[in-house]
Design a protein around this ligand. Sequence first.
Ligand SMILES: NCc1[nH]cc(CCC(=O)O)c1CC(=O)O
Ligand SMILES: [Zn+2]
Ligand SMILES: [Zn+2]
Length: 329
Amino acid sequence: MDIKLHSCLHHPTLRLLQEPGCEITTCNLMYPLFLVNDDDAEETIASMPDQKRFGANRLRKHLEPLIEKGLKSVLLFGVIDNSMKDENATHADSAENPVIKILPLLCKWFPKLLIACDVCLCPYMNHGHCGILDDDNVIQNAASIKRLAEVAVAYGKVGAHIVAPSDMMDNRIKAIRDALIADRLENRVSILSYSAKFASNFYGPFRDAARSAPAFKDRRCYQLPSGSKGLAMRAVERDVMEGADMLMVKPGMPYLDIVRQTKNLFPQHPLYVYQVSGEYAMLYHGAQQGAFNLNEVLLESMKGFRRAGADCIITYFTPRLLDLLEESD
Ligand SMILES: NCc1[nH]cc(CCC(=O)O)c1CC(=O)O
Ligand SMILES: [Zn+2]
Ligand SMILES: [Zn+2]
């Protein structure tokens, strides 16, 4: 018999039935935001068109309509002036940190919003690396994870629901887990580990947005080589054993096999995928040059993440997707 497939495809609802588990709802999206200290700031980011760094007041105005459209969760990044950076990332958790300042306001303005904080030292370090360096510019792992745990606890104390360490130091999840328990925050704060985070060229635009590019060398001594799948799975496994509540693969589109492997290995852990700044820029500019329709290509990329096994997609396109979801109702 000739096998017929077109008979499954002639109606939109029939087509949806062929995509089980790939639906995109507001719960499947997390929106990354860059926060700065000047309350009235709304700074454009050259490398990331349509994305901005917000001060508290502008952030509130920006988020109000998005919450109306169903925005469920955000991921916060603090950005400070270079003059405030030092060798110990002092302002990662000081009273002058924009995340520490704005988080309590966000909780008050939007009590239902799920708020995650990126935990790293690079945006607050004068050298731009994700850990503390010794005199030979080598990462001091023990000192780094101690500092990262302090930062995670500080974000937890001001109301973060999720702390998301992106630094990739060894055993940071255990250090953060222990510190949260010591401060009795373990029932109020989840750990979303950037468990399979690859050293990637796709982070370029972000490093401009967050002013967090390393001043010398690169991050290959602590982020994964792009071809490594065994080591990626060891990293994921280690983070699960150390107490990660949720897992992440980053970047997204070039690493869909890793998304699938991670989901297969730990199906019980919610899995995030980060469609990073370079992917954002690539789709944005590609569409602008007429290579494809942005909305169409965006929805296709979302389906791809879901099909590969991602439960939640961290994407700068979240506002656009919220509009698309409204239209499709
Ligand atoms: N550790 C900081 C951090 N957290 C998230 C990203 C990348 C996000 C993006 O590109 O959108 C980076 C950059 C890096 O590791 O160099
Ligand atoms: Zn970092
Ligand atoms: Zn190196």
